[in-house]
Design a protein. Sequence first.
Length: 299
Amino acid sequence: MLPARLRCEEGAVKLTSASALRGLLSQHGLRPRKRLGQHFLVDAGVLDRLVATIDPQPDETILEVGAGAGVLTTRLAERCRRVIAMEVDPGLGAVLATVLKSYSGVDIRIEDIMAVPVTSLAADKIVGNLPYYLTSPLLFRLLKPGIAARRLVLMVQEEVAGRITASPGTREYGVLSVICAYRARTERVMRVSPGSFWPRPEVYSAIVSLELCQDRPEDLPLFALVETAFAQRRKTLTNNLCQAGLEKGLVHQIMREAGIDPSRRGETLTVDEFQALKQTIAVAAPGFTLRPPGRNAKL
């Protein structure tokens, strides 16, 4: 029998061949499902970079979201103590069982991660090639306190990667940018072309890394303020706060006390400035509550 490392590398090379992957799925009576956003990574160089970014360690448990046909799973399984391979498609579950049968440290779960309590996601790192439709809602879920993971390494749509890592004052900066900056240190690792996947998506992707800050609790008043600030992006923060129910004179007072020019737009504020503004509102308008997050603002 081949050593585990060689078996893994042999499997990974085959799985990064689009024709071989097509044949593997065909054996199971499967085709990529557009409804589930299935685009399989078939670029060995990108796979190497993704694994290097994840940096799996021998004592770690890694949760992979959207394990697909197991191209990343096999590479993780040779390097870490345990891999939880989560896949929503039962058909691909059968493929995973075939591809991963030689790896005792892999736990295949046919589950929708959006239906799993976040506190039960017990892993050191959470990784995956995410379907585009799932990226933003899943990120907000994974950024909630209670997640045991220290790090997220994700393949996402390039446009979303831009929002995850955006700086204040840029076109991409929005609610998702602020929440990510509050909860994590973010890094955009590399751009990935459509040709690195089968079938080819219509847009570019990117690998992003988020090092989670475990000392940052969920702050609903802060998140509500951020969403209010971006509710009408081209309006000033003063206008958006007035629309939320605060009197204009009080808003100007609050902004001055927080050290923020009342003419600024929300898209120019840093996380620290949002926190200072939240604290000033709490003192100047006790009992006033902004609407909860997750309504209409662009993520």
